[in-house]
Design a protein around this ligand. Structure first.
Ligand SMILES: Nc1ncnc2c1ncn2[C@@H]1O[C@H](COP(=O)(O)OP(=O)(O)O)[C@@H](O)[C@H]1O
Ligand SMILES: [Mg+2]
Length: 367
């Protein structure tokens, strides 16, 4: 049996851990009908915490209730792409099926959607009318998902928000799910025009409980024909610190190095490899463009004891007043490398980032 673990960004896990509240709220909202407040939601969290696969899972659940899904990314012109390509393409893929009643809408006319919606028309009416056409072609609803929303142009996002609200006002069957990095999402929520965003249900994804992590490891292996000893599952879960990417990674490596039952010894044997792969796949790319000032801050932080560090101690280590380093702190939070950990304290945003920095110090600069 091939390895059932999937340590790849965006790759949905075979076995889900946690996140039940988001999933069940959403299932109910889709079933409930227009106007349910859980039909618009924002998921935020750090890199590798599971935002993208959660959006994918929400999409699957909407599809199970017969809905269509249109996907956008905050990294491109969302309103434009939805209007001119994603929605028309979705429409043209709709074929009359016995279980999907077409409501007097001519499928032959679909090809004209993008040409009717000329570029000169303002984006909101264009998007609203494209969505109306799509909704008219089905008897169910449409879910719009937006990933990497932290990178979205606020004006573009507000076009989507206004179009969405127009549709909600008309009692259309629509839902909107967005996901992005914590700081970026919070910045969007603070914008003056973001009332709509603030009304959406907001879920901040944290680490999984260690029980959930252990259960997922055991169940994923079990469904593929192998077992973890209870001690091995516990040791592996402990190692992951509840970080979903690491759950998949340690599972993957443990599966690969053993030929039968996965024991505690196997788990211990692959920990080092897991930390190294985490480093090359996640830490290294995210540190690549960090400017010197920020890097110094990270180096100082990594050199101090403990997972949580006082910012005043970091400032002292750097030989600068606290006020002089607060801008650096803020930029590092924006980059999702560190996170606030209570008043005046910070922690690394991903597990083992401190270890990675300690073992990859750049050459010392000598004056
Ligand atoms: N709830 C979960 N249960 C099990 N594995 C998960 C879960 N959420 C995420 N993962 C795994 O973690 C990794 C990162 O997920 P992803 O959604 O790409 O993170 P993000 O978009 O937040 O950076 C993937 O390998 C995915 O399979
Ligand atoms: Mg993602």
């Amino acid at each position: 049996m091939s390895n059932p673990f999937r340590p790849t960004f965006g790759a949905s896990p075979r076995v889900w851990a946690g996140r039940e509240a988001v999933l069940s709220d959403f299932d109910r909202a889709v079933a409930n009908g227009p106007g349910d407040p859980h039909r618009s939601l924002i998921v935020s969290g750090s890199r590798g915490i599971g935002k993208t696969v959660l959006l994918t899972e929400l999409e699957d659940r909407a599809r199970k209730q017969g809905w269509l899904v249109v996907r956008a990314s905050g990294r491109e012109g969302m309103a434009q792409t939805l209007t001119l390509s994603t929605i028309p393409e979705t429409l043209s893929e709709l074929e009359p099926q016995p279980d999907r009643k077409l409501t007097g809408f001519s499928v032959a006319g679909i090809g004209s959607v993008s040409s009717e919606l000329t570029e000169e028309a303002p984006p909101v009416p264009r998007l609203t009318s494209a969505m109306r056409k799509l909704l008219a072609a089905i008897t169910t609803g449409v879910l719009i998902t937006i990933d990497e929303v932290q990178d979205a142009d606020p004006a573009d996002l507000s076009h989507i928000a206004v179009a969405y609200q127009d549709l909600v006002r008309d009692d259309a069957d629509v839902a909107l799910a967005m996901a992005g990095l914590t700081r970026g999402v919070n910045r969007l929520l603070d914008l003056p025009g973001a009332t709509f965003m603030r009304r959406a249900r907001h879920y901040e994804l944290g680490p999984l409980t260690l029980d959930d992590a252990a259960r997922t490891l055991t169940q994923t292996a079990f469904e593929a024909g192998r077992s973890f000893t209870p001690g091995a599952a516990e040791a592996a879960a402990q190692f992951t610190q509840g970080y979903p990417f690491l759950v998949q990674l340690i599972g993957y490596l443990a599966w690969d190095t053993s030929s039968g039952e996965i024991t505690e010894g196997v788990v211990h044997g692959v920990r080092q490899e897991a930390v190294e792969r985490l480093g090359t796949q996640i830490h290294q790319p995210s540190l690549r463009d960090v400017p010197p000032r920020q890097r110094e801050y990270l180096d100082a932080m990594a050199g101090l004891d403990g997972p949580v560090v006082e910012t005043s101690v970091i400032a002292k280590t750097l030989g600068r007043p606290l006020s002089a380093v607060s801008d650096t702190r803020s930029k590092l939070i924006e980059r999702d490398l560190i996170m606030p950990a209570g008043w005046g304290r910070v922690a690394f945003a991903q597990p083992y980032l401190g270890d990675f920095i300690r073992s990859h110090r750049g050459p010392r600069r000598i004056s």
